[in-house]
Structure formats: C-alpha cells, structure tokens
Design a protein around this ligand. Structure first.
Ligand SMILES: *[C@@H]1O[C@H](CO)[C@@H](O)[C@H](O)[C@H]1NC(C)=O
Ligand SMILES: *[C@@H]1O[C@H](CO)[C@@H](O)[C@H](O)[C@H]1NC(C)=O
Ligand SMILES: *[C@@H]1O[C@H](CO)[C@@H](O)[C@H](O)[C@H]1NC(C)=O
Ligand SMILES: *[C@@H]1O[C@H](CO)[C@@H](O)[C@H](O)[C@H]1NC(C)=O
Ligand SMILES: *[C@@H]1O[C@H](CO)[C@@H](O)[C@H](O)[C@H]1NC(C)=O
Ligand SMILES: *[C@@H]1O[C@H](CO)[C@@H](O)[C@H](O)[C@H]1NC(C)=O
Ligand SMILES: *[C@@H]1O[C@H](CO)[C@@H](O)[C@H](O)[C@H]1NC(C)=O
Ligand SMILES: *[C@@H]1O[C@H](CO)[C@@H](O)[C@H](O)[C@H]1NC(C)=O
Ligand SMILES: *[C@@H]1O[C@H](CO)[C@@H](O)[C@H](O)[C@H]1NC(C)=O
Length: 734
C-alpha cells in the first residue's frame, strides 16, 4: 500500500488541477478567509454595508477596499476577505458570525452508462417539463460549441429563470446553455477571463448530466455510441468556479450564492476536499444547506481517495454523496511480447503502434543517475532519452507516463495492483499490468538479448462482474458523524465517454496535442452528474418533491450491490446503484425538512444561536437532546460503536392511495432485526405512517461492518433501506 500512487492518482483524476497550498507569504501575512454569517436576515438589511462595517471594526493595517474580496448576499450571508491571523480571531468572536475559516483549494474529483442503469433512450419522458428543468453545474466551465450543448429545437429559457449570461470574453449562451458566470478569485494566479472550459472536466460533467443526444460519438472509435445526458431536454447554467489551479472556496461559495438566486432546480458539484470537515467550516456543506432550504437538490462526489476506509468527504446529511462504480463495459489493452506472449492490461489506448515491435527496457536500465527505486518506478526526470528514446519503458509502479514521455520513449508499460479496475488515458501508448504480470515482463527481459514488445490499441470487453465500486472511490464511514451512512449511492464513474473541449488535452498533458470532441475519463466526478441527471429525471415527474424526497426515491429503489464483490459493503456503495426509472415510482418516501436537520444539528452539538444564524429563523434546539443523528428521517439506518439501536422512521405514501405495505428483513447471521408495526396500511396519498426498527448485533470482532436491509413491499413497489452496524474503533486504526 505505497503512498505514491494515491497522490498520483489524485493529481490525475482531479483533472489538470495542481494542488496548490496557498503560500504563506502571499499578500504579506494575509490569507483569504471566508466569514460565514448564515442566512440573510428577513428584515430590511444591506449586506454590503454590514460586511464593510464588520470588516472595518477588525482591520488593523489595511483598508476595506484592499481586503474585501467577495460579498455573499443573494442567497445567504457572508464575505471573503484577506485577513491577518489576529483580525481573523477578532472576527470569529463577533455577533452574527457563524464561522471563519481559511479559503482552501478544492479539487475536481456515455454512450453506455445510462443504458446500463436502465434509463434507455426510449424511456418515458415528460418533454415539456424536462425542458423547464435547469441543471446548475459548478465546475471548470463549459465548451459552448459542443454538439452536446446545441440549442436546436429548444425554445426560450423557462420563465422562472432569473440568471444571466455573463460568460465573459468570447462566450455566448444559447437556449440550451441559458446562463453562465465565472469567478475571478484574487488568490494565486487563478485568473479567469470567461466561463469557457479549457480543462475538460466541466464540459464532461455537464454533458453527462444534461447533454443532448449526439449520434456516433466516440474516442478514436472507442466506446462508440450515442452520447447523451440523463435529461437531454433540460437547460444548463454554468458557474465556472475552478481553474487550472483548482477551485478556491471563496469562488465556490460565490457560485452557490448566484446559482440559488438564479433559480436552478438541481446543482451538480463534482468537487471535494481531501477529507471531511465540520459542517460550518465546509463550503460545500454550507452551499448545499442553503440550496436545500430553497428546495434545490445538490449532488456531490464522494471523492477519489479510496480504497481507504474513512476517506469519504462531503458528509453532511443534506448532501447526496455519490460513489463510483463500473458498468458492464471495460476498456482494456494488450501487450504483445517478442516471444508471442500476450498480456491484458488497463489503459484507454487510442494510439496505433501498427505492426512494429519496439525494444523493451527496464526503467532501472534507462538511466544512470537516479537511485534505484526512482529509476525502477520511472519518476519524472529519471528515464534518460539517451537510453529510453524510441523504446518501451517498463516501470514498476503506477505513473502518469510523464517520466517516459519526457524521455521521448515510444510507450510505457507499468505494473501496480491497487488501481487495476479502471483505465486511464495516457499521453503515449501505455498499459497498466498487474504486479504478477509485471514479473513476467521482467523475466522476459532478463531471458533474451533483444527484448521487444508492442502495445495494441484498446478494445472493449463485456464486464460480467459489474457493477462494482471502483478502487479510487472514497469509502465511509463518515468521520464527522458516524451514524450517518456515507456514501449514499453509487453510479457509473468508470471509463465514461462525454463531451470534451477540442483545445483540452485528452490525457491532460499539454504535450499531448490530440484534439477530441469526446473523451473517456473516470472519477466520482463522473458518477456525481449521473446522480444529478437521475434526480432531474425524477423531478420531471414530481416537480413538487423536496430534495430529500427525490434522494429518498433514488436510495430506496437503488439496485442492491453484491457484498461479496464489494468487501467494504455499504461504506463503498451506500444504498446501491441508482435506478432512475424505478425512482420515479418509489411507493413510499422518507422525507426530511429543515426542522429535521435542525434537530440533527442540535443533536451533534451546535447551539441554538449558531443554528438561528444558519437558518435565519427562530429555530431552536428541543430541551431534551434525545434526537440522535441516527434518528434523522432518512432512508438508511446506521449506528456505530453500540450493539443495540432503535431507529424511528416515518414514511409518506406517494403511490396508490389505498395500499398496504409489509416489511421483509434480510438479515445478517450476527444481527437480529425487527420492525414494529410490520404492516403499514395507507388510505390516502401523502398519508404518513411511523414505525420503529429494533436492531441488535453480536460483538463485532472480525467483522468491520454487518448489514441487513428492510424492504417495505405492497406487491408492486419495493422500498429498500440498508441497516448498518459497525465498530468505529476499528475504523480509526485504518
Ligand atoms: C445520505 O445518507 C445518509 C445516511 O444514510 C442520510 O443521512 C442522508 O440524509 C443521505 N443524504 C441524502 C441527501 O439523502
Ligand atoms: C492472445 O492470446 C490468446 C490466448 O492465447 C489468443 O487467443 C489471442 O489470439 C492472442 N491475441 C493476440 C493479439 O495475439
Ligand atoms: C536474470 O537471469 C539470471 C540468469 O538467468 C539470474 O541469475 C538473475 O537472477 C535474473 N535476474 C532477474 C532480475 O530476474
Ligand atoms: C455475488 O457475487 C458472488 C461472487 O462473484 C456470487 O457467487 C454470487 O452469486 C453473487 N450474488 C448475487 C446475489 O448475485
Ligand atoms: C421570532 O420570534 C420573535 C419573538 O418571539 C418574533 O417577533 C419574530 O417575528 C419571530 N420571527 C420569525 C421569523 O418567526
Ligand atoms: C428499543 O425499543 C424497545 C421497545 O420499546 C425497548 O425495549 C428497547 O430497550 C429499545 N432499545 C434501545 C437500544 O433503545
Ligand atoms: C379505499 O378502499 C376502500 C375499501 O376498499 C374504499 O371504500 C375507498 O373508497 C378507497 N379509497 C380510495 C381513495 O380509493
Ligand atoms: C437473536 O435472537 C436469538 C433468539 O431470540 C438470540 O438467541 C440471539 O442471541 C440474538 N442475537 C443477537 C445478536 O442479539
Ligand atoms: C476490531 O477491534 C477489535 C478490538 O480492538 C480487535 O480485536 C479486532 O481484531 C478488530 N477487527 C478488525 C477487523 O480489525
């Protein structure tokens, strides 16, 4: 479990983002802080004036004009400013301030995937409603000229739209992309001139959620088919909050502030931090909370820090946190050795090496100045053109291909086991083999005078094991509130074909000059817009449903994943894989409103004063803090560190008025689960009924996690909830 591949994979999956830690000496010793002040007061109030005045009171050596970067005033209250440590501390103690935290840099985390999860091209749709759905995307911008965003056949924007097209230089909206904004943070050199996407990430995610149907899309013939989003008739509003150096939180919060007021219906946010943080100092949790208050659903990526337990970020209960899993199509390639052996590896390799065999050389023989380890793993700078030029270099670890590329090698073969369940796009012909197959390469090289090999163009395989949560997908448990199970759901995030800007390198290397309209990439960034699209699809049938009702529908109808193939079980996949068609008719829903989240916040220790600022109303904590996080009315039940727990839940009938549901428990041998009552009879639509689930588990010694499920069924609808018990003590050791 070496650490290098983790950081490598991150830097690749997060697109071209270079992780930038704000340098300490930037602007003397001032750093950008976010001052979060909760909801906007409902009384007459001038936020800008207030922000100036608050700032004025704490500034010691600078003017408001020089320090205030941004005011949040459309959807919630707060500002971003360059402060010294002392000023920051003073602010944190002031009335009306919920939290003050450093603005960090967040990371960006097909044809086949929608079919795989059952949302076929011919699926029943409500086109007039669908074209009124506005999907907001917070990302690296968009390539407006892509066929996926043509507005042919689209009427004018829906009347409810209050946004604007402020896309900047050389950027035109149309009736598909109805809004665009970009944010020019003053941090580092992250200067944007328009909402145009030159990285690729934002174009890819937007087209996955809501792109038009485009016939015959492919990446050099690979994954050929009709590219389309989950809701091809929906409109897109673009908020470019990320640039080459990542996404500064002060910009991300500005994107939320605008998107909520502009009137988007759903927000897709494929961004995350490397680890989970407290809700009131977590920009994404704050943005998602205020979205929820306005009835806007937010879909988030679980993160790409797997396969380690406790790696999930985006853990607030009002967020829909999406893990990434495979579809039944894998893309692989083959290495042929001079002795005729052929070995299957992982790479999206569109290069055609034709018939030529090329000399094959070990990384350690391709240089004479690096230490042995760096040479073996082909650390950039080690492979030397004097040895490597024109050859295939073998590297004993996962790499981005940069070392061999910069040494003018013709191709690279790598060996690594952790990330062997998906394929990357590389800037040169490449194949990632298992460690065992890597040994075969070494043996072969040692066995012959003139070792040679070639790498074939990639091919598609039918992957019978699917769906399986992929290695890089971040795992639970939730390290902030253990009783809230995360991730919630899984969706396709492996080798997804979607739109790409022709100016962006498909392998994210500037030296890779290939220009494509569609690219194949992997990440929870790719699964998140699948959940967004699915949620938008459900919303077209139920425009009045709350965000939590839609999420409940997606969770209780999810396709159960196979625990044998997914050893981290619910920590990896939550309720299972989204099934958008089924989610339209969930039968029953577990709904939660602001009050429920307020009780949750009280339960985990926030004060009434803090909560009132956040919600902007008279919310208060109940006198008895009996409401534990596990009692939030959500469609899954989790408890950590105890052997017995009761869960109280209320379901709302959204199916036939007269219906009777019976409970079925699929239990684990080490658990006893009972439900009281175990029959629920409904007479009317929207009728609510409550029940209690009583769970006891044996001492969990060998097992990290034991899980069961509860299914309510009326003979037509099955409403499934996972029930999970785990030992938190074991997790913290990981
Ligand atoms: C995600 O799941 C957790 C627990 O399973 C739940 O608390 C949370 O509300 C879910 N999120 C949404 C948005 O439904
Ligand atoms: C690779 O080996 C398999 C099994 O030996 C064989 O069927 C296949 O034709 C070979 N492929 C190539 C490209 O040589
Ligand atoms: C290479 O082969 C020689 C002799 O066949 C053997 O002694 C040596 O251990 C081998 N080296 C490696 C790295 O396999
Ligand atoms: C789960 O996967 C295992 C191993 O692949 C298989 O034997 C089993 O039949 C699968 N279970 C289900 C329900 O598909
Ligand atoms: C909050 O309570 C105060 C006093 O109890 C009352 O005047 C005010 O109208 C309430 N505000 C809201 C938003 O309910
Ligand atoms: C669960 O509820 C039952 C019935 O009210 C009660 O006997 C039991 O003690 C409760 N268990 C826990 C862990 O609270
Ligand atoms: C529900 O069923 C009862 C008895 O079968 C019937 O009297 C009643 O009209 C039904 N209600 C609705 C809303 O269909
Ligand atoms: C489950 O119930 C059975 C029968 O009542 C009992 O023998 C067993 O100890 C229980 N197991 C747990 C884990 O509570
Ligand atoms: C879980 O923790 C217990 C107590 O510390 C330990 O005995 C057990 O081996 C651990 N289990 C796992 C799977 O790590």
């Amino acid at each position: 479990m070496a650490s290098p591949p983790t950081s490598l994979i991150l830097s690749l999956l997060i697109s071209t983002v270079i992780v930038q830690i704000l340098s300490d000496n930037l602007h003397e010793d001032r750093k950008v802080y976010i001052v979060y002040m909760g909801a906007l007061p409902k009384t007459e109030y001038s936020p800008l004036w207030h922000h100036h005045s608050v700032l004025q009171q704490v500034l010691e050596s600078s003017s408001v004009e020089d320090t205030l970067i941004r005011s949040y005033k459309r959807s919630f209250n707060g500002f971003a400013a360059k402060l010294t440590g002392k000023e920051q501390q003073k602010l944190a103690g002031m009335d009306g301030v919920v939290s003050v935290f450093l603005s960090r840099t967040l990371h960006l985390q097909t044809t086949r995937s929608w079919d795989f999860i059952g949302l076929k091209e011919a699926a029943e749709r409500v086109p007039t409603v669908e074209s009124d759905v506005i999907v907001g995307v917070l990302d690296t911008g968009i390539w407006p000229e892509s066929d996926s965003f043509s507005d042919e056949g689209f009427g004018p924007p829906p009347e409810k739209w209050k946004g604007a097209c402020n896309g900047g230089e050389d950027f035109k909206c149309n009736n598909k992309i109805i809004g665009a904004r970009f944010y020019n943070s003053d941090e580092g050199t992250n200067v944007q001139i328009s909402a145009r996407d030159v990285d690729g990430h934002g174009t890819h995610t937007a087209s996955t959620a809501a792109g038009n149907k485009v016939v015959g899309a492919s990446f050099y013939g690979l994954a050929r088919g009709n590219a389309r989003g989950g809701v091809p008739s929906a409109r897109i509003a673009v908020y470019k909050v990320c640039g080459k150096e990542g996404c500064s939180e002060s910009d991300v919060l500005a994107g939320f502030d605008d998107a909520i007021s502009d009137g988007v219906d759903i927000l897709s946010v494929s961004l995350g931090q490397l680890w989970a943080t407290d809700y009131i100092t977590d920009t994404l949790a704050i943005g998602a909370f205020h979205s929820m208050l306005k009835g806007i659903l937010t879909s988030n990526a679980a993160g790409n820090n797997g396969p380690y337990l406790g790696s999930v970020s985006n853990v607030a209960p009002w967020m829909l946190t999406v893990a990434a899993s495979s579809t039944d199509r894998r893309i692989i390639d083959k290495v042929i050795l001079g002795d005729g052996t052929n070995i299957t590896g992982n790479a999206v390799n569109a290069f055609d090496m034709e018939r030529n065999m090329l000399p094959l050389i070990l990384g350690e023989d391709a240089n004479d100045y690096c230490n042995n380890y760096d040479a073996q793993i082909c650390t950039d700078g080690c492979p030397d053109p004097n040895f490597a030029q024109g050859k295939i270099v073998f590297c004993e670890e996962y790499s981005l291909g940069d070392g061999p590329l910069n040494a003018k090698a013709s191709a690279v073969i790598m060996a690594e086991d952790i990330y062997s369940d998906f394929s990357f796009t590389y800037p040169l012909p490449a194949s990632l083999l298992s460690v065992r197959n890597g040994e075969r390469i070494k043996t072969y090289i040692n066995s012959t005078k003139n070792p040679e090999a070639k790498i074939l163009k990639s091919e598609e395989l039918f992957y019978t094991n699917a769906p399986v949560v992929v290695s890089f997908s971040s795992r639970g448990p939730n390290i902030i509130v253990g009783d809230i199970l995360k991730a919630n759901l899984t969706a396709p995030g492996v080798e997804i074909l979607a739109a790409w800007p022709p100016v962006a390198s498909p392998s994210e290397f500037a030296d890779d000059k290939r220009s494509v309209k569609y690219n194949i990439i992997s990440g929870t960034s790719m699964s998140c817009p699948h959940a967004t699209g699915a949620a938008a699809y459900v919303k077209t049938f139920h425009p009045d449903w709350s965000p939590s009702a839609i999420k409940s529908a997606l969770m209780t109808t999810a396709f159960p994943m196979n625990a044998t193939k997914n050893p981290d079980e619910e920590f990896a996949y939550g309720a299972g894989q989204i099934d958008p068609m089924k989610a339209v008719h969930p039968g029953l829903i577990y709904d939660a409103y602001e009050d429920d989240y307020v009780k949750l916040l009280c339960g985990i220790g926030y004060s009434t004063d803090q909560i009132r600022l956040v919600t902007g109303d008279n919310s208060s904590c109940p006198n008895d803090f009996s409401e534990a996080p596990k009692d939030l009315n959500y469609p899954s039940m989790a408890s950590s560190g105890v052997r017995k727990a009761n869960f109280t839940r209320t379901v709302t009938n959204v199916g036939p008025a007269n219906s009777t549901y019976t409970a079925t428990i699929n239990s684990h041998p080490k658990m006893n689960v009972s439900v009281n009552p175990n029959v629920l009879s409904f007479k009317t639509l929207k009728e609510k009924q409550s029940f209690v689930v009583m769970v006891s588990a044996e001492e969990l010694e060998e097992d990290l996690i034991v899980s069961a499920s509860l299914v309510w069924s009326d003979g037509f609808n099955s409403v499934r909830s996972p029930i999970v018990m785990y030992q938190s003590a074991n997790i913290s050791e990981v």
